[in-house]
Design a protein around this ligand. Sequence first.
Ligand code: MRU
Length: 359
Amino acid sequence: MESLAPPVQVVGWSATGTLRVLDQRRLPAAVEHLELHTVEAIAEAIRSLAVRGAPAIGVAAAIGLAVIAAGPPETWRAAQHGRSLAEIESAAAALRATRPTAVNLAWALDRMLGVARAYASQGPADRAAALRAEAEAIRAEDAAMCAAIGRHGAALLPDGTRVLTHCNAGALATAGIGTALAPVYAAHAAGRRVAVFADETRPLLQGARLTAWELQRAGIPVTVCTDSMAASLMGSGAVDLVLVGADRIAANGDVANKIGTYGLAVLARHHGLPFVVAAPWSTIDPQAATGDAIPIEMRDAQEVRTIGATTVVADGIAVHNPAFDVTPHTLVSRIVTDRGMFTPPYVFAPDAQLLPPPA
Ligand code: MRU
């Protein structure tokens, strides 16, 4: 199922074999791609949100590390190209430090480092080839996980459902059809009418700039509202379901997601609405017992001080800018993953074979 029409590659490989990402800082004004091959440029693209959304960050880091492992592009034709294991580990550390909350980043890098270390005694060119294959597997698996989330989550969206979502957890945040928006795309593809309210999502406006853009392109009715309008929308009966993504889910079901998500969960509970989280298995961190163990990324005050080129907070005034908040599991009605739909109580054990509870 193609969600962006015409297809727009969010994260993948360029024709020359480097990392290619859609520059989401430019949307919706311009559709432009970046082609990257240095640690510095890839780290900066992730840090500055050129590529963003937990799954897409993981895929970008995996492809980026594979590209870095191959060495400078001008050496790729040489038989003995490629970087040392120490150089690959150092690059992975630099990429890991860019964004601390989205666990998919660390998850993807750990997978890549596992392969790099398994090839420690091989030549650098063989190691680079193995890393390229692993990065491609991570990309393809992410797309498949999104499709599975769509299949499981579409059951929550009968004909005529009105969804409220926050930030962007759509195709632009993944290598597939998204997480929170995957059930929306699946229900739409099944011929059901689904309408979406997109919170604009201050300060970086991922809802207004990205969610609205991709849903409009897919032909799905979307209405943008400011974050402060959610309560009155719910109170007026205009919303049936709140559906959001996640950057990290703790073992007990506490959910870290874009700042403002916690407030929506409180509002949903007050209004008796389901609050549903959709995320791939790679977003679950069983090592974090509760949300208290999830690191919250603090971002530059300038993001709040300005809207576009306009300064809205006078000099000398303090600014608070956490990128994410944690919604307690007690407010989460369901967690939709590629492995099925979970209901409380949530227990995400480190056992990778954990199966969904019976329906
Ligand atoms: O800061 P961002 O734009 O990377 O934040 C993205 C979100 O919070 C998404 O909701 C989350 O990563 C899920 S994306 C499928």
